[in-house]
Design a protein around this ligand. Sequence first.
Ligand SMILES: [Zn+2]
Length: 323
Amino acid sequence: MPVQGSDGLWALIPLVGTASSMTGLTIGTPAPDGWKGWAAHHDTVRDFGDDPALKAEMERLQAELAEIEALGDPATCRICGGPDVTIEHAPSQASGNRGPLIGQKIDPVATRALGHVVWMKGEVIGGSVVETLCVRCNNNTGRRFNPAYLAFEKVCRPLARPEAARALCSVRVARRPLVAKQVLTWIVATSHPGFTARYPMLRTLLQKTGAQGPIAPLRLWCHLMANGGTTWYSGITPKVNALRREGHLMSSFASSPLGWILTIGNLEIEGAHDVSSWTELDKRAKPVTIQLPCQWRLRPQPDDFRSRQEILAEAAARAAANQ
Ligand SMILES: [Zn+2]
């Protein structure tokens, strides 16, 4: 369920890239007034109103998200809480985020008026930027963490391709805590305010290069992206398992060649590699080889790894069933 965060839900597709992956993007009807989530699956939308347990679980998640958001101030730095936020590229320009891009964002007014999710589309010149970190945090995180992230990206780029979809790829990764801290910086920068106030270990980890420690109850997951030229920010978004009537909050930052999901609580992301322990390592920890699954990221839902064929086949089957 994509949620409209304070910055909206952005899907950024570079003009040279995989714009076709956006066609056929449909999301179900909006949730009742005052709710921030939109159910992603038609069956869930249908069941939602009739199922008190499902509704209660969604309300619980909305309250959890509201609690996080209430701890922060949108005008202050998402990492340190200080004033004077500045414009920052996410991902960095060195990662290829220089634009032009086509950006899409949920239009909250039209969505509510029309009863289905409406996307605003626009060209983004000069790469995708956010304005959520102060000058100091922006400079410090970029200088300390970005070189390690760029090196990891360089190793992953030739492996992350359509032919590798669903396969496990052996990837050598060095300076793991710094890689994790870079992606956590972007997740925090593109998520709701209050995230680091609610989970202060994020603040410590991102402000001090040498800081080590667990991120529990958060977990960080990584995968390669089979589709190139795509960036997704989700912000903190609720995901509800309709069968188990159990939900969790998660956030995601994906930018080819790497996709990342941050989950809150006891939620397994099937098809992604758990790298939560990277923040517990010393920054001098030796490089290791890991097995990263390569997944499609064609849809805004962070853990929707379906291929284009699967998305179209499911849509066709649903249309046939509804006739
Ligand atoms: Zn700051």
